[in-house]
Ligand binder design. Structure first.
Ligand SMILES: [Zn+2]
Length: 480
Protein backbone atom coordinates (compact mmCIF):
# COMPACT_ATOMS: atom_id res chain seq x y z
CA UNK A 1 0.00 0.00 0.00
CA UNK A 2 1.38 3.37 -1.02
CA UNK A 3 1.35 6.49 1.15
CA UNK A 4 -0.86 9.22 -0.24
CA UNK A 5 -0.91 12.98 0.12
CA UNK A 6 -4.36 14.54 0.16
CA UNK A 7 -5.13 18.00 -1.26
CA UNK A 8 -8.36 19.84 -0.55
CA UNK A 9 -9.56 22.93 -2.41
CA UNK A 10 -12.41 24.77 -0.67
CA UNK A 11 -15.20 26.68 -2.34
CA UNK A 12 -17.38 28.44 0.20
CA UNK A 13 -20.59 30.31 -0.56
CA UNK A 14 -21.94 32.75 2.00
CA UNK A 15 -25.32 34.45 1.64
CA UNK A 16 -24.82 38.06 2.64
CA UNK A 17 -26.88 39.41 5.52
CA UNK A 18 -28.36 42.30 3.54
CA UNK A 19 -31.98 43.42 3.87
CA UNK A 20 -32.64 43.30 0.13
CA UNK A 21 -31.48 41.22 -2.84
CA UNK A 22 -28.43 41.92 -5.02
CA UNK A 23 -30.08 43.74 -7.90
CA UNK A 24 -33.64 44.52 -6.74
CA UNK A 25 -35.50 45.56 -3.61
CA UNK A 26 -37.03 42.16 -2.79
CA UNK A 27 -36.53 41.19 0.86
CA UNK A 28 -33.88 38.62 1.80
CA UNK A 29 -35.20 36.00 4.25
CA UNK A 30 -35.21 32.25 4.87
CA UNK A 31 -38.19 30.05 3.95
CA UNK A 32 -41.69 31.51 3.54
CA UNK A 33 -44.41 30.80 0.96
CA UNK A 34 -42.66 30.01 -2.36
CA UNK A 35 -42.31 32.84 -4.89
CA UNK A 36 -43.63 35.57 -2.61
CA UNK A 37 -40.37 37.56 -2.55
CA UNK A 38 -39.86 38.06 -6.28
CA UNK A 39 -40.13 40.86 -8.83
CA UNK A 40 -39.45 41.36 -12.59
CA UNK A 41 -35.70 41.88 -11.91
CA UNK A 42 -35.00 38.70 -9.91
CA UNK A 43 -37.36 36.71 -12.13
CA UNK A 44 -35.37 37.92 -15.15
CA UNK A 45 -38.38 39.28 -17.06
CA UNK A 46 -37.51 41.05 -20.33
CA UNK A 47 -36.67 44.72 -19.95
CA UNK A 48 -36.12 44.64 -16.18
CA UNK A 49 -32.95 46.53 -15.22
CA UNK A 50 -30.73 45.54 -12.26
CA UNK A 51 -29.33 48.06 -9.73
CA UNK A 52 -26.40 46.75 -7.61
CA UNK A 53 -26.72 46.61 -3.83
CA UNK A 54 -24.06 48.93 -2.37
CA UNK A 55 -24.13 47.28 1.07
CA UNK A 56 -23.42 43.85 -0.46
CA UNK A 57 -20.40 45.19 -2.33
CA UNK A 58 -19.08 46.76 0.86
CA UNK A 59 -19.56 43.49 2.77
CA UNK A 60 -17.48 41.60 0.21
CA UNK A 61 -14.67 44.19 0.31
CA UNK A 62 -14.64 44.05 4.12
CA UNK A 63 -14.40 40.25 4.02
CA UNK A 64 -11.66 40.42 1.40
CA UNK A 65 -9.70 42.83 3.60
CA UNK A 66 -10.16 40.58 6.65
CA UNK A 67 -8.78 37.74 4.51
CA UNK A 68 -5.71 39.81 3.62
CA UNK A 69 -6.70 40.10 -0.05
CA UNK A 70 -5.77 42.69 -2.64
CA UNK A 71 -8.77 44.76 -3.66
CA UNK A 72 -9.68 45.24 -7.33
CA UNK A 73 -10.01 49.01 -7.60
CA UNK A 74 -11.78 48.49 -10.92
CA UNK A 75 -14.05 45.48 -10.99
CA UNK A 76 -16.86 44.32 -13.23
CA UNK A 77 -19.72 41.81 -13.16
CA UNK A 78 -19.89 39.00 -15.69
CA UNK A 79 -22.68 36.80 -16.93
CA UNK A 80 -22.13 33.09 -16.36
CA UNK A 81 -24.36 31.37 -18.88
CA UNK A 82 -26.04 28.03 -18.32
CA UNK A 83 -29.52 26.63 -18.44
CA UNK A 84 -31.12 25.18 -15.38
CA UNK A 85 -34.65 25.76 -14.04
CA UNK A 86 -33.43 27.33 -10.77
CA UNK A 87 -31.83 30.15 -12.80
CA UNK A 88 -34.64 32.34 -14.18
CA UNK A 89 -32.46 34.51 -16.44
CA UNK A 90 -30.49 31.74 -18.13
CA UNK A 91 -27.34 33.28 -16.65
CA UNK A 92 -26.00 34.08 -13.21
CA UNK A 93 -24.38 37.44 -12.54
CA UNK A 94 -20.92 36.64 -11.16
CA UNK A 95 -17.30 37.76 -11.42
CA UNK A 96 -14.68 36.19 -13.65
CA UNK A 97 -10.91 36.50 -14.06
CA UNK A 98 -7.80 36.38 -11.90
CA UNK A 99 -7.63 39.98 -10.68
CA UNK A 100 -11.17 41.17 -11.40
CA UNK A 101 -12.99 39.68 -8.37
CA UNK A 102 -13.46 42.30 -5.61
CA UNK A 103 -10.79 40.53 -3.54
CA UNK A 104 -7.93 38.31 -4.74
CA UNK A 105 -4.60 36.76 -3.60
CA UNK A 106 -5.11 36.74 0.17
CA UNK A 107 -4.78 34.26 3.01
CA UNK A 108 -6.32 33.04 6.25
CA UNK A 109 -4.22 31.79 9.18
CA UNK A 110 -5.71 28.87 11.06
CA UNK A 111 -4.51 27.30 14.35
CA UNK A 112 -2.15 24.44 13.41
CA UNK A 113 -2.42 20.94 14.84
CA UNK A 114 0.94 21.10 16.67
CA UNK A 115 0.52 24.69 17.96
CA UNK A 116 1.16 27.94 16.12
CA UNK A 117 -0.69 28.79 12.93
CA UNK A 118 -0.88 27.54 9.36
CA UNK A 119 -1.44 29.85 6.39
CA UNK A 120 -4.16 28.94 3.89
CA UNK A 121 -3.93 30.84 0.59
CA UNK A 122 -7.11 32.47 -0.71
CA UNK A 123 -7.40 32.84 -4.46
CA UNK A 124 -10.43 35.08 -4.70
CA UNK A 125 -13.43 36.55 -2.91
CA UNK A 126 -16.13 37.50 -5.36
CA UNK A 127 -19.73 38.63 -5.47
CA UNK A 128 -22.52 36.87 -7.34
CA UNK A 129 -26.21 36.14 -6.94
CA UNK A 130 -27.87 33.03 -5.55
CA UNK A 131 -30.16 30.76 -7.57
CA UNK A 132 -33.71 29.62 -6.77
CA UNK A 133 -34.50 26.24 -5.22
CA UNK A 134 -35.96 23.20 -6.94
CA UNK A 135 -38.30 21.17 -4.82
CA UNK A 136 -40.23 17.95 -5.17
CA UNK A 137 -43.94 18.54 -4.77
CA UNK A 138 -45.99 16.22 -2.54
CA UNK A 139 -48.43 15.82 -5.44
CA UNK A 140 -45.63 14.59 -7.70
CA UNK A 141 -43.43 16.50 -10.13
CA UNK A 142 -41.14 19.39 -9.27
CA UNK A 143 -41.61 23.05 -8.52
CA UNK A 144 -39.22 25.96 -8.29
CA UNK A 145 -39.11 28.62 -5.60
CA UNK A 146 -37.42 31.88 -6.63
CA UNK A 147 -37.49 33.49 -3.17
CA UNK A 148 -33.76 32.88 -2.87
CA UNK A 149 -32.98 33.87 -6.49
CA UNK A 150 -30.93 37.06 -6.59
CA UNK A 151 -29.81 36.94 -2.94
CA UNK A 152 -26.29 38.42 -2.75
CA UNK A 153 -23.84 35.56 -2.52
CA UNK A 154 -20.15 35.78 -1.74
CA UNK A 155 -17.84 33.07 -3.00
CA UNK A 156 -14.51 32.44 -1.27
CA UNK A 157 -12.09 30.10 -3.05
CA UNK A 158 -8.79 28.78 -1.70
CA UNK A 159 -5.57 28.93 -3.66
CA UNK A 160 -4.19 26.38 -6.08
CA UNK A 161 -2.32 24.12 -5.42
CA UNK A 162 -4.27 23.68 -2.18
CA UNK A 163 -2.74 24.26 1.28
CA UNK A 164 -5.33 22.10 3.08
CA UNK A 165 -4.31 18.45 3.42
CA UNK A 166 -6.96 16.73 5.53
CA UNK A 167 -10.47 16.95 6.95
CA UNK A 168 -9.31 18.43 10.26
CA UNK A 169 -7.65 21.38 8.56
CA UNK A 170 -10.72 21.87 6.36
CA UNK A 171 -12.93 21.94 9.44
CA UNK A 172 -10.59 24.43 11.14
CA UNK A 173 -10.60 26.60 8.01
CA UNK A 174 -14.41 26.62 7.97
CA UNK A 175 -14.57 27.37 11.68
CA UNK A 176 -12.21 30.35 11.38
CA UNK A 177 -13.89 31.63 8.23
CA UNK A 178 -17.36 31.41 9.77
CA UNK A 179 -16.18 33.29 12.87
CA UNK A 180 -14.74 36.05 10.70
CA UNK A 181 -18.01 36.39 8.77
CA UNK A 182 -19.90 36.59 12.08
CA UNK A 183 -17.44 39.11 13.55
CA UNK A 184 -17.90 41.25 10.43
CA UNK A 185 -21.67 40.78 10.55
CA UNK A 186 -21.81 39.93 6.83
CA UNK A 187 -23.43 36.45 7.07
CA UNK A 188 -25.39 34.60 9.73
CA UNK A 189 -23.22 31.50 9.14
CA UNK A 190 -26.09 29.00 9.43
CA UNK A 191 -24.80 25.92 7.62
CA UNK A 192 -27.95 23.94 8.42
CA UNK A 193 -30.08 26.57 6.64
CA UNK A 194 -27.63 26.79 3.76
CA UNK A 195 -26.67 30.43 4.29
CA UNK A 196 -23.07 29.19 4.46
CA UNK A 197 -22.25 26.28 2.16
CA UNK A 198 -19.03 24.54 1.33
CA UNK A 199 -18.01 22.32 -1.53
CA UNK A 200 -14.54 20.86 -1.07
CA UNK A 201 -12.77 19.14 -3.94
CA UNK A 202 -10.57 16.30 -2.80
CA UNK A 203 -7.73 14.47 -4.52
CA UNK A 204 -4.92 12.21 -3.41
CA UNK A 205 -1.57 11.44 -4.99
CA UNK A 206 1.22 9.02 -4.10
CA UNK A 207 3.84 10.62 -1.86
CA UNK A 208 6.63 12.09 -3.98
CA UNK A 209 4.44 12.68 -7.02
CA UNK A 210 4.27 16.32 -8.04
CA UNK A 211 1.09 16.33 -10.10
CA UNK A 212 -2.25 16.40 -8.24
CA UNK A 213 -4.54 13.40 -8.56
CA UNK A 214 -8.06 13.33 -10.05
CA UNK A 215 -10.45 15.20 -7.76
CA UNK A 216 -13.97 14.57 -6.62
CA UNK A 217 -16.24 17.38 -5.46
CA UNK A 218 -18.36 16.86 -2.37
CA UNK A 219 -21.83 18.37 -1.89
CA UNK A 220 -24.57 18.42 0.81
CA UNK A 221 -22.19 19.09 3.70
CA UNK A 222 -24.29 20.97 6.24
CA UNK A 223 -22.14 21.00 9.35
CA UNK A 224 -18.46 21.32 10.30
CA UNK A 225 -18.54 17.69 11.33
CA UNK A 226 -19.76 16.53 7.94
CA UNK A 227 -16.98 18.55 6.27
CA UNK A 228 -14.41 16.74 8.41
CA UNK A 229 -15.96 13.28 8.05
CA UNK A 230 -16.75 13.71 4.35
CA UNK A 231 -13.15 14.53 3.45
CA UNK A 232 -11.77 11.69 5.58
CA UNK A 233 -14.19 9.31 3.87
CA UNK A 234 -13.15 10.47 0.39
CA UNK A 235 -9.47 9.95 1.25
CA UNK A 236 -10.20 6.37 2.37
CA UNK A 237 -12.37 5.67 -0.69
CA UNK A 238 -9.83 7.04 -3.17
CA UNK A 239 -6.89 5.30 -1.44
CA UNK A 240 -8.69 1.96 -1.64
CA UNK A 241 -9.33 2.50 -5.37
CA UNK A 242 -5.71 3.39 -6.14
CA UNK A 243 -4.47 0.47 -4.01
CA UNK A 244 -6.70 -1.85 -6.05
CA UNK A 245 -5.25 -0.44 -9.28
CA UNK A 246 -8.48 1.37 -10.20
CA UNK A 247 -8.84 4.93 -11.49
CA UNK A 248 -10.52 7.70 -9.50
CA UNK A 249 -13.23 9.34 -11.58
CA UNK A 250 -13.67 13.08 -11.77
CA UNK A 251 -17.15 13.40 -10.38
CA UNK A 252 -19.49 15.28 -8.11
CA UNK A 253 -20.48 13.24 -5.07
CA UNK A 254 -23.12 13.78 -2.42
CA UNK A 255 -22.65 13.26 1.32
CA UNK A 256 -25.07 11.03 3.18
CA UNK A 257 -25.12 12.26 6.76
CA UNK A 258 -26.87 9.16 8.19
CA UNK A 259 -24.67 6.59 6.48
CA UNK A 260 -21.54 8.75 6.82
CA UNK A 261 -20.55 7.93 3.26
CA UNK A 262 -20.53 9.65 -0.14
CA UNK A 263 -22.39 8.60 -3.28
CA UNK A 264 -21.86 9.41 -6.97
CA UNK A 265 -24.07 12.21 -8.30
CA UNK A 266 -22.68 13.03 -11.74
CA UNK A 267 -19.55 12.60 -13.80
CA UNK A 268 -17.56 15.67 -14.79
CA UNK A 269 -16.08 14.74 -18.11
CA UNK A 270 -15.09 18.24 -19.14
CA UNK A 271 -15.15 21.67 -17.56
CA UNK A 272 -18.36 23.43 -18.55
CA UNK A 273 -18.02 26.33 -20.94
CA UNK A 274 -20.01 29.09 -19.30
CA UNK A 275 -19.25 31.68 -22.03
CA UNK A 276 -18.51 34.38 -19.45
CA UNK A 277 -18.83 37.93 -20.73
CA UNK A 278 -19.13 41.35 -19.07
CA UNK A 279 -22.72 42.07 -18.06
CA UNK A 280 -23.88 44.93 -20.33
CA UNK A 281 -26.60 46.01 -17.86
CA UNK A 282 -24.21 46.78 -15.02
CA UNK A 283 -21.71 49.66 -14.97
CA UNK A 284 -18.12 48.88 -13.88
CA UNK A 285 -17.37 49.38 -10.16
CA UNK A 286 -14.61 51.82 -9.22
CA UNK A 287 -13.21 52.39 -5.74
CA UNK A 288 -10.84 55.02 -4.38
CA UNK A 289 -7.88 54.31 -2.10
CA UNK A 290 -9.55 56.47 0.58
CA UNK A 291 -12.70 54.38 0.50
CA UNK A 292 -10.84 51.08 0.83
CA UNK A 293 -8.54 52.43 3.56
CA UNK A 294 -11.55 53.69 5.48
CA UNK A 295 -13.08 50.21 5.38
CA UNK A 296 -9.76 48.65 6.38
CA UNK A 297 -9.28 50.92 9.38
CA UNK A 298 -12.80 50.15 10.59
CA UNK A 299 -12.37 46.37 10.60
CA UNK A 300 -13.00 44.86 14.04
CA UNK A 301 -10.36 42.81 15.85
CA UNK A 302 -10.61 39.36 14.21
CA UNK A 303 -11.13 36.06 16.07
CA UNK A 304 -7.59 34.67 15.92
CA UNK A 305 -6.04 37.99 16.98
CA UNK A 306 -8.51 38.22 19.86
CA UNK A 307 -7.78 34.60 20.85
CA UNK A 308 -4.04 35.30 21.03
CA UNK A 309 -4.54 38.60 22.87
CA UNK A 310 -6.72 36.95 25.54
CA UNK A 311 -3.92 34.49 26.26
CA UNK A 312 -1.22 37.13 26.35
CA UNK A 313 -3.05 39.98 28.05
CA UNK A 314 -5.29 38.04 30.46
CA UNK A 315 -3.23 34.88 30.96
CA UNK A 316 -6.12 32.65 29.85
CA UNK A 317 -5.42 29.16 28.55
CA UNK A 318 -6.27 27.86 25.05
CA UNK A 319 -9.55 26.37 26.14
CA UNK A 320 -10.89 29.47 27.90
CA UNK A 321 -9.69 31.91 25.24
CA UNK A 322 -11.28 29.76 22.56
CA UNK A 323 -14.64 29.53 24.34
CA UNK A 324 -14.75 33.29 24.87
CA UNK A 325 -13.76 34.29 21.32
CA UNK A 326 -15.73 31.70 19.37
CA UNK A 327 -18.77 33.95 19.62
CA UNK A 328 -18.28 37.67 19.09
CA UNK A 329 -21.19 38.63 21.38
CA UNK A 330 -19.79 36.47 24.18
CA UNK A 331 -16.37 38.11 23.72
CA UNK A 332 -17.91 41.60 23.85
CA UNK A 333 -19.73 40.70 27.05
CA UNK A 334 -16.46 39.51 28.61
CA UNK A 335 -14.58 42.65 27.57
CA UNK A 336 -17.29 44.85 29.03
CA UNK A 337 -16.93 43.06 32.38
CA UNK A 338 -13.14 43.52 32.32
CA UNK A 339 -13.57 47.18 31.49
CA UNK A 340 -15.85 47.56 34.51
CA UNK A 341 -13.14 46.21 36.81
CA UNK A 342 -13.64 42.43 36.69
CA UNK A 343 -10.69 40.10 37.19
CA UNK A 344 -10.31 38.28 33.83
CA UNK A 345 -9.82 34.71 35.05
CA UNK A 346 -12.64 34.93 37.60
CA UNK A 347 -15.07 36.50 35.10
CA UNK A 348 -14.11 33.91 32.49
CA UNK A 349 -14.69 31.01 34.92
CA UNK A 350 -18.19 32.20 35.83
CA UNK A 351 -19.09 32.90 32.20
CA UNK A 352 -17.93 29.55 30.89
CA UNK A 353 -19.52 27.52 33.70
CA UNK A 354 -22.58 28.73 35.65
CA UNK A 355 -23.64 31.49 33.27
CA UNK A 356 -23.20 29.49 30.05
CA UNK A 357 -25.07 26.58 31.61
CA UNK A 358 -28.10 28.68 32.55
CA UNK A 359 -28.47 30.54 29.25
CA UNK A 360 -27.90 27.36 27.24
CA UNK A 361 -30.59 25.57 29.22
CA UNK A 362 -32.98 28.41 28.46
CA UNK A 363 -31.75 28.74 24.87
CA UNK A 364 -31.16 32.50 25.15
CA UNK A 365 -28.24 34.85 24.51
CA UNK A 366 -26.24 36.51 27.29
CA UNK A 367 -27.85 39.88 26.61
CA UNK A 368 -31.34 38.43 26.80
CA UNK A 369 -30.73 37.35 30.39
CA UNK A 370 -31.05 39.54 33.51
CA UNK A 371 -27.33 39.17 34.25
CA UNK A 372 -25.23 42.13 33.11
CA UNK A 373 -21.42 42.40 33.16
CA UNK A 374 -21.86 44.56 36.32
CA UNK A 375 -23.51 41.63 38.11
CA UNK A 376 -20.57 39.35 37.51
CA UNK A 377 -18.00 42.01 38.39
CA UNK A 378 -19.74 42.65 41.71
CA UNK A 379 -20.17 38.96 42.47
CA UNK A 380 -16.54 38.04 41.79
CA UNK A 381 -15.36 41.02 43.84
CA UNK A 382 -17.52 39.89 46.79
CA UNK A 383 -15.81 36.50 46.63
CA UNK A 384 -12.35 37.99 46.22
CA UNK A 385 -12.62 40.28 49.25
CA UNK A 386 -13.96 37.43 51.40
CA UNK A 387 -17.48 38.83 51.88
CA UNK A 388 -19.10 35.65 50.60
CA UNK A 389 -17.90 32.09 50.08
CA UNK A 390 -17.80 30.40 46.68
CA UNK A 391 -20.69 28.22 47.73
CA UNK A 392 -22.92 31.14 48.73
CA UNK A 393 -21.87 32.90 45.51
CA UNK A 394 -23.52 30.16 43.47
CA UNK A 395 -26.79 30.73 45.25
CA UNK A 396 -26.46 34.52 44.92
CA UNK A 397 -25.75 34.14 41.20
CA UNK A 398 -28.82 31.97 40.75
CA UNK A 399 -31.00 34.54 42.56
CA UNK A 400 -29.50 37.36 40.51
CA UNK A 401 -30.16 35.38 37.32
CA UNK A 402 -33.81 35.00 38.25
CA UNK A 403 -34.51 38.45 39.69
CA UNK A 404 -31.93 40.74 38.11
CA UNK A 405 -31.05 42.10 41.58
CA UNK A 406 -27.43 43.08 42.21
CA UNK A 407 -25.31 40.55 44.19
CA UNK A 408 -24.41 43.02 46.98
CA UNK A 409 -28.10 43.71 47.54
CA UNK A 410 -28.93 39.97 47.63
CA UNK A 411 -26.15 39.31 50.12
CA UNK A 412 -27.37 42.13 52.36
CA UNK A 413 -30.98 40.92 52.20
CA UNK A 414 -30.15 37.34 53.07
CA UNK A 415 -27.40 38.14 55.58
CA UNK A 416 -25.25 35.54 53.88
CA UNK A 417 -21.96 37.33 54.28
CA UNK A 418 -19.04 35.12 55.07
CA UNK A 419 -18.02 34.61 58.70
CA UNK A 420 -14.29 35.23 58.91
CA UNK A 421 -14.02 36.27 62.53
CA UNK A 422 -12.34 33.63 64.75
CA UNK A 423 -14.57 34.39 67.70
CA UNK A 424 -17.70 33.75 65.62
CA UNK A 425 -16.43 30.55 63.98
CA UNK A 426 -14.96 28.97 67.13
CA UNK A 427 -18.30 28.31 68.97
CA UNK A 428 -19.71 26.60 65.87
CA UNK A 429 -16.74 24.24 65.69
CA UNK A 430 -16.87 23.56 69.42
CA UNK A 431 -20.57 22.67 69.17
CA UNK A 432 -19.94 20.26 66.29
CA UNK A 433 -17.07 18.56 68.11
CA UNK A 434 -19.18 18.22 71.26
CA UNK A 435 -22.00 16.64 69.28
CA UNK A 436 -19.69 14.07 67.64
CA UNK A 437 -17.38 12.66 70.34
CA UNK A 438 -17.03 9.28 68.56
CA UNK A 439 -15.79 10.96 65.37
CA UNK A 440 -13.32 13.07 67.33
CA UNK A 441 -12.11 9.85 69.00
CA UNK A 442 -11.57 8.20 65.61
CA UNK A 443 -9.59 11.20 64.42
CA UNK A 444 -7.39 11.19 67.47
CA UNK A 445 -6.68 7.47 67.05
CA UNK A 446 -5.22 8.25 63.62
CA UNK A 447 -8.21 8.02 61.28
CA UNK A 448 -7.51 11.33 59.47
CA UNK A 449 -10.20 10.79 56.82
CA UNK A 450 -13.04 11.68 59.22
CA UNK A 451 -11.84 15.30 59.16
CA UNK A 452 -13.84 15.91 55.98
CA UNK A 453 -17.01 14.86 57.77
CA UNK A 454 -16.37 17.37 60.55
CA UNK A 455 -15.70 20.21 58.08
CA UNK A 456 -18.95 19.33 56.29
CA UNK A 457 -20.90 19.52 59.57
CA UNK A 458 -19.34 22.87 60.46
CA UNK A 459 -20.16 24.34 57.05
CA UNK A 460 -23.71 23.07 57.40
CA UNK A 461 -24.10 24.54 60.87
CA UNK A 462 -22.89 27.91 59.58
CA UNK A 463 -25.21 27.66 56.54
CA UNK A 464 -22.20 27.74 54.28
CA UNK A 465 -21.08 31.09 55.65
CA UNK A 466 -17.97 30.08 57.59
CA UNK A 467 -14.77 30.95 55.79
CA UNK A 468 -13.13 27.60 54.85
CA UNK A 469 -9.60 28.81 55.62
CA UNK A 470 -10.63 29.97 59.10
CA UNK A 471 -12.51 26.71 59.71
CA UNK A 472 -9.43 24.67 58.77
CA UNK A 473 -7.14 26.69 60.96
CA UNK A 474 -9.38 26.57 64.06
CA UNK A 475 -10.35 22.93 63.58
CA UNK A 476 -6.66 22.03 63.58
CA UNK A 477 -6.17 23.90 66.84
CA UNK A 478 -9.23 22.48 68.60
CA UNK A 479 -8.45 18.88 67.62
CA UNK A 480 -5.02 19.03 69.21
ZN1 LIG B 1 -36.68 40.97 -6.93
Amino acid sequence: MANYVCSVGMEVHAELATKSKMFCRCQVAFGGEPNTRTCPVCLGLPGAMPVPNRVAIEMVIKTALALNCKIAMNSIFHRKNYFYPDLPKGYQVSQYGEENPLGYHGYLDIPAAGGGTKRIGIRRVHLEEDTGKLMHLPSGGSGVDYNRAGTPLMEIVTDFPPDIHNGDEAKEYMTQLRQILLYLGVCDGKMEEGSMRCEPNISIRPEGQEELGVKSELKNLNSFRSVQLGIAFEVRRQSAMLDAGEKVLQETRGWNEQKESSFAMRLKEAENDYRYFPCPDLVPMQFTEDYVECLRSNLPELPLAKFMRYQKEFGLNDYDANLLTSDVEWARWFEEAIQKGGEPKAICNWMNSEFAKLINEEGILARQSKITPEHLVQLTNLIADGTISGKIAKKVFMDAYQTGKMPAELVKESGSTQITDDSAVRPIIEAVLAANPDVVEKYKSGQQSVRGFLVGQIMRESQGRANPAVVNKLLEELLQ
